[in-house]
Design a protein around this ligand. Structure first.
Ligand code: F6R
Length: 369
């Protein structure tokens, strides 16, 4: 049941405030993040972890990339992200001090399941971030951290992506505390941000109207680029994937700093570029770098659509369109910034008369390798 929405994807984008709230629910106790499933692994095991590898495919791998920054920051453990289907073939260096965190909405993705099985054989600790109760991957893993975002029907993942990032942030905070490396101030600040997210997400979802109008005059667009820095980089990759998947438009996401190392050659007159601008209050240095990137592409004719924090006026002179999202800490920006990108893909798909929920050649759950 689409609940009155034109598509399941539209419904699920609208459910994102609730999805975040459901992922957090019961996991913040007295101002501390506490995930019982991780506690059960034993204090010593969590303290001894010296390396984390996140494995996932597609959108889930971008959630993993976003999460990797937060886990490193809070738990002070090196984190890398590997695509599930690449993981085994590189003969990864693993030990009993390695933790492998798989991220999968369905919990049935064969590539990820096979990677988890390989990790189990190597004796590492496996944690599953999953949205589907009792799916195969969480059942096989040492610990299951469910996202509780509710069933996701549209092939293009939206609320599950947001919930995956939220769950990874909770894991980062739990590990930071369990390992004794998270300061009380950092924990309090992060918890405050997390608890405020559902309400801010309501505002991010409300960018729909502005994006619908934007998409209307962009219906003929044949290529779109997305730029982001730090956590904005995986969010840019996600914006590009959404557009490819459901609107069949060629799209690429880049790390903003990588532009001058090649991709800037693509910028031609009228090329649409979405730029995810970091918060100027909480990351002034990154912010100014991204504003310079905008100036560089604008000077070469790009049509710039900037996603900025409310009150950020620095980009106004250089952007053709400015989409405003609520204030957060830089680490939390992508959770809100990705929402207008989800709407953009949905609106372009609709404008082209496509089936938003059932894109060609794709299945919701990929159960073959
Ligand atoms: C993108 C999308 C896919 C999935 C990927 C992993 O919108 O839906 O990229 O994210 O196939 O699926 P799960 O999370 O079920 O393992």
């Amino acid at each position: 049941d689409k609940g009155g929405w034109s598509s399941f994807m539209a419904k699920e984008i609208n459910e994102q405030p609730e999805a975040i709230a459901n992922t957090i629910r019961g996991r913040i106790v007295d101002g501390h993040v506490e995930i019982p499933e991780l506690t059960e692994l034993g204090a010593e095991r969590l303290q001894n972890i010296d390396r984390i590898i996140i494995i996932a495919c597609g959108t889930a791998s971008y959630a993993g990339m976003v999460g990797s920054y937060a886990i490193e920051q809070w738990a002070r453990v090196p984190v890398e992200v590997q695509l599930s289907h690449e993981f085994r073939y590189r003969d990864p260096v693993l030990s009993d001090r390695t933790m492998v965190i798989s991220v999968s909405q369905s919990g049935e993705t064969m590539d990820t399941l096979m990677a988890v099985k390989y990790a189990i054989e190597q004796g590492v600790t496996t944690v599953s971030v999953c949205n589907t109760q009792s799916a195969t991957i969480p059942r096989e893993s040492d610990a299951a951290v469910y996202t509780h975002a509710g069933p996701e029907v549209a092939v293009a993942s939206t609320k599950a992506f947001i919930a995956q990032i939220t769950a990874l942030y909770l894991i980062g905070l739990h590990l930071g505390r369990a390992r004794g490396v998270l300061s009380a101030e950092a924990e309090a600040a992060a918890v405050e941000q997390l608890e405020a997210l559902p309400e801010k997400m309501v505002e991010a979802v409300a960018t729909h109207e502005q994006i619908a109008e934007l998409a209307h005059w962009m219906a003929d667009t044949r290529s779109v680029l997305f730029l982001g820095r730090h956590v904005g980089y995986p969010a840019a990759l996600e914006g590009a994937l959404k557009l490819k998947e459901i609107a069949y438009i060629h799209a690429e996401g880049f790390a903003a700093g990588e532009l001058k190392h090649g991709p800037i050659a693509l910028i031609d007159h009228g090329q649409p570029v979405f730029v995810l601008v970091p918060s100027p209050r909480t990351s002034p240095l990154m912010h100014s770098k991204v504003v310079s990137n905008i100036q560089e592409i604008r000077a070469r004719g790009a049509r710039v659509i900037a996603i900025v924090e409310k009150g950020d006026t620095a980009v106004l002179p250089f952007a053709d369109e400015v989409v405003r999202i609520p204030l957060t800490d830089a680490l939390f920006d992508p959770i809100l910034q990705v929402v207008p990108l989800q709407w953009f893909a949905l609106e372009l798909s609709t404008a082209k008369g496509l089936d938003v929920d059932q894109p060609r050649n794709l299945a919701k759950s990929v159960t073959v390798e």
